[in-house]
Design a protein around this ligand. Structure first.
Ligand code: F6P
Length: 357
């Protein structure tokens, strides 16, 4: 029996999504002779009639696709079927329409590439249909439970590290404190990894409660020894300080980098500048590591379907691709372990985390 599988990318885009789509479609075609249907703009395409979807031509899956950032299928982080935002500001349950859309495609199974929120939504959406669902974890934030890596994180870390490489010489030339605000939503994975790789002096993450006076003391101590410029990395949600920015602001998305630079300048007397890296972290050509991860997870996702498995997420653990029950993934978030390897490494390198340790 010919199988027809669907694939969609959902949530914020990141490097490696095209490589994942390519891997799924190649494995489906070459491994099993299946057809892959790509759905456009995450769940949004499912509301169009006919559904906005395309059959993926296996002859168009050349390597160039794996090198491209973004997702050629499009994505959305505003398409919750159960609380869909309507033009009048209300929210509506449109799950039945979306499910009808999926059924109209005649697929036997769906592969969803998303973060924990998207995977939870897709799993719930498909539950009444009986269609097999396999999740592939992606997010620059790297906060999906039960996988050490999510597609896109390595690329974001590489971009943040490169930003530090570029901020260091200009900071040194002007004897400035250079603050780099990075994304990560509620987790500090990008910040801590980039701080280590980019040789920062300070890193502030939501998982470690920090205090401005400790950061000031660290920078002042450096300046006392003629180390006149400092690199500070701050995660967008690292507002867990006794002097955090206005809680009424729209944190975690914006603001902490500028706020911190102002406070550090005032407290140390040094010149300080903030850079908010923003979506630059998402839009790059994926690193080799992300292409590799996306390829390995994509191939395994299709193999799981061929084995008759469903309601699983492919994951990376101990340098292997494994699969875990989606049930255990959804509703949980993997934040930075304050006693884990990366935090210990940062401390071992003398990087200040703004706490007492
Ligand atoms: O989850 C990925 C992410 O890039 C977060 O790091 C960030 O907080 C958020 O999405 C930004 O969302 P948007 O693209 O809607 O601005």
């Amino acid at each position: 029996m010919t199988k027809r599988i669907g694939i969609l990318t959902s949530g914020g885009d990141c490097g490696g999504l095209n490589a994942a789509i390519r891997a799924v479609a190649l494995r489906a075609h070459h491994g099993f002779g299946w057809t892959t249907v790509g759905m456009r703009y995450g769940t949004l395409g499912l509301l169009k009639r006919p559904v906005d979807a395309l059959e993926i031509d296996p002859n168009r899956l050349e390597g160039a696709l794996a090198r491209q950032g973004g997702t050629f299928l499009g994505s959305t982080n505003h398409g919750n079927p159960f609380a869909f935002p309507m033009p009048d500001g209300s929210v509506k349950d449109r799950s039945a329409e979306m499910l009808d859309g999926i059924r109209s495609l005649g697929i036997d199974a769906l592969v969803g590439v998303g973060g924990d929120g998207s995977l939870a939504i897709l799993r719930r959406l498909l539950a009444p249909s009986g269609l097999a669902f396999i999740g592939i974890p992606k997010t620059i934030d790297n906060d999906v439970a039960d996988t050490e890596r999510a597609i896109g994180h390595a690329t974001a870390v590489s971009i943040a590290t490169e930003a530090l490489d570029r901020l260091q010489p200009t900071g040194a030339s002007h004897e400035r404190i250079m603050v780099l605000e990075v994304m990560g939503r509620d987790a500090g994975h990008i910040a801590i990894a980039a701080a280590i790789a980019g040789c920062a002096d300070v890193v502030l993450i939501p998982e470690v409660r920090w205090h401005l006076d400790r950061v000031v003391a660290h920078i002042a101590g450096q300046r006392a020894t003629r180390r006149m410029s400092s690199l500070v990395v701050v995660a967008e949600a690292a507002g867990d300080s006794d002097e955090s920015p206005d809680p009424a602001s729209d944190a975690p998305h914006h603001g902490i980098g500028e706020w911190l630079a102002r406070r550090l300048a005032k407290a140390t007397g040094a010149d300080a500048r903030a850079t908010v890296l923003g979506h630059v972290q998402r839009g790059a050509m994926p690193t080799a590591e992300d292409r590799l991860l996306a390829s390995a997870l994509g191939v395994r996702a299709v193999d799981l379907l061929a084995e008759g498995k469903a309601d699983r997420m492919v994951a990376w653990q101990n340098r292997q691709v494994v699969d875990v029950p989606l049930e255990s993934v959804v509703g949980r978030s993997r934040t930075v372990d304050p006693d884990g390897t990366l935090v210990r490494t940062a401390r071992g390198l003398g990087i200040c985390l703004g706490d007492a340790a």
